[in-house]
Design a protein around this ligand. Structure first.
Ligand SMILES: Cc1cc2nc3c(=O)[nH]c(=O)nc-3n(C[C@H](O)[C@H](O)[C@H](O)COP(=O)(O)O)c2cc1C
Length: 184
């Protein structure tokens, strides 16, 4: 099973979450006795072949002005070439975002996660939310996916908490376990 984790990250918050998701995905594949083929890439480095050969696609972004970073949207628009031949149909998807969250209102993270879902659904994929039974749900789980707040109450960058990294590992494992169930 091949897993492709893609994000854009300017200041490494989203990248560190992507790495934790990868760790969870690796653990799930090891538990299942499957070969580990996990790739973590920045959006700008991903080509259409990378997406086509993956069984699982997990896309993440920082929230930028209430929506995804343009680098992720650019990749999604490039992926429209895969829509006509149904090349991504039936693959399993997962989504994550980091956000400053000043004011505690979420800063647009829910609509950002939903817009990542929308792309996967348009491509005919099956998408995974973040079930409340997973570790870290109260810290970084939203039913749409993984949402990691990185800002503090003064509106300044704080970093990615250990609790959020626990949630990220749980989410990576969950998406892979779902894909393994679907495959069998
Ligand atoms: C251009 C820009 C716009 C941002 N807009 C928002 C926003 O609308 N809502 C929010 O909660 N955080 C916003 N943030 C904060 C980032 O989402 C947050 O710091 C994120 O964790 C950065 O991820 P990175 O380190 O991977 O780049 C913005 C940051 C930048 C640089």
């Amino acid at each position: 099973m091949q897993v492709l984790i893609v994000c854009h990250s300017d200041y490494q918050h989203t990248q560190s979450v992507a790495d934790a998701i990868a760790a969870g995905a690796i653990a799930a594949l090891q538990d299942a006795g499957e070969a580990e083929k996990i790739f973590v890439k920045q959006a700008a480095d991903v080509n259409l072949d990378d997406m086509q050969v993956a069984d699982v696609l997990i896309f993440g972004t920082p929230v930028h002005m209430g929506s995804m970073a343009w680098q992720m949207k650019q990749l999604i628009d490039k992926g429209s070439k895969l829509w006509m031949p149904n090349a991504l149909q039936g693959k399993i998807g997962g989504v994550f975002a980091t956000y400053g969250g000043f004011g505690g209102a979420g800063g647009g993270v829910e609509q950002t996660l939903m817009s990542l879902h929308a792309n996967f659904l348009e491509q005919g994929m099956l998408v995974c939310g973040f079930p409340r039974s997973l570790s870290g749900y109260a810290d970084a789980g939203i039913h749409w996916g993984l949402a990691v707040r990185t800002g503090n109450d003064e509106g300044m960058p704080e970093g990615v908490s250990q609790a959020a990294l626990v949630a990220a590992r749980a989410y990576g494992a969950h998406v892979v376990e779902t894909a393994l169930k679907f495959k069998s």
